[in-house]
Write a protein that binds this ligand. Sequence first.
Ligand code: B12
Length: 467
Amino acid sequence: MKQNGKINIHGPNLCQKMEDNMKLLLVSPLASKSFLGGDFYFRLPYLGLLKVASLTPPNWDVSIIDEKVESLDLTQGADLVGITAMTPAVNRAYEIADSFRSRGIKVIMGGMHVSKMPDEALRHCDSVIIGEAERLWDKALNDCKRDELKSIYRHDNEYPSLANFPAPNWKLYEGKRYLPVHFLETTRGCPHNCEFCSVTNSFGGKFRNRPVDEVEREIQDLKPFEGRFVLKNVVFFVDDNIISNRKHTKELLSRIIPYNLKWTGQASVNIAKNNEILELCKKSGCMGLVVGFESLSQGNLANMGKTFNTPDTYIDVVKKLHDYGIGVTGAFVFGFDHDDESVFDRTIEFVIKAKIDVCYFSILTPYPGTRVYSQMLQEGRIIDHDWSNYNTNHVVFKPKLMKPEKLLDGFHHALKESFSYTAIFKRLWGNGTYKNFFYPMNFGFRQTVRKTIKNKQHFSYEEDPDS
Ligand code: B12
């Protein structure tokens, strides 16, 4: 409760309605063990909390602390604390929540992990927003002011419309030591529902597109980065598939041509079949796309439900994107049921031969809510329940065709070999893609890989006598 403009953190009804502005602190916790979470080279701004901030009424003073780039003072005052968390950061999120609550400050949690594990989260916080904050956040804030916070807020049956979104206020991130990139979202949802992916079970099985006018307005308001950066106007489209709806994609890409952006995003292999979209990508400043190849095994692709991926066409997909000057970040996952120990060398050979600009390797990780999580639980194959290890560079389950240790060693071997200086030059040489984007990115990954291998996981699971 605020008295004479000061925050009394020990007041009994901290969220009671009052005349003064209330103080909301939003926190993005650091996933200390994460490959891409806590490392200097991937200090990326988090869009989710900016969206939550943008949905907050003006009678709240909002600040955001992202532990990736700054430290969090756990003794500070606030009327309400909102915490986000992906699975590998959730242990830290719970620590933070416990700490604020021990001083009587209310805590609301949201994001991918707690949306799937609300009961677990409620042991550490007062309230959980399940799914998207739009249309729920203002209700929760109002309830909070009246001291009537409910434990769970969820959408009835529908996913919220993406029209009339308030634009994120990037000023909230000013002065923070992020890499110079703006994140922007044009679509949510995905019909593919791949067995390991959290997107369909979180955002639904249909693509929902934002009105192009609103996206364009958001782009107009972005301020190019100042200072020593070579690339000053970089945007990362967080959409899981930039070609979700071809008509929407074409309109969007045509509209953004005049803004001289340099952008990256994610797309399925199907983009290679659409010359018109590739041309628009090129014209609108696309530097590169993350493409989910996932596996070189048709058996794995069939199991995961991604049969539109056909490994014998992958090289042509990469070549086609390179023809348009678009670099390819190739995403591969190791540890599927058809993967034996030969998968690593085959993949290394492939990424070099195909001249993949950046290799994005992950160990299969059963995230709550996914089909692979239910399967692993049912088959009793989960060997590690510590969420901080669910970061795609630890082995938390028993693979079918190799020992967990072999999966980890093979993953490290693949990373080391693909990010050796020789491999980097072999992959990038002659691609015609953005050198001052892909070379630094590869060298950044190389540093991260070295740290990942140095902090190697130690196993302590019980041997199954039958295996
Ligand atoms: C961009 C991105 C990244 C970027 C940047 C992330 C960052 N800066 O923090 C990078 C490449 C670094 C990254 C890394 C990782 N990522 Co990532 N990433 C994404 C991606 C593609 C978009 C995220 C995004 O901005 N979404 C749009 C925003 C608006 O959605 P949102 O964050 O979910 O927020 C909404 C709601 O969830 C909710 N909400 C969220 N937080 C809160 C908090 C409060 C208080 C409230 C009220 C509401 C609320 O409201 C928001 C608005 O509706 C998603 C997939 C996706 N479509 O979301 C995967 C995704 C989030 N990543 C995932 C994973 C696994 C990872 C990694 C662990 C693994 C890896 N090797 O890539 C690392 C770990 C990073 C870490 N910090 O620990 C998984 C998460 C699964 C899970 N259960 O946690 C996803 C869902 C991908 C997937 N296909 O499964 N990632």
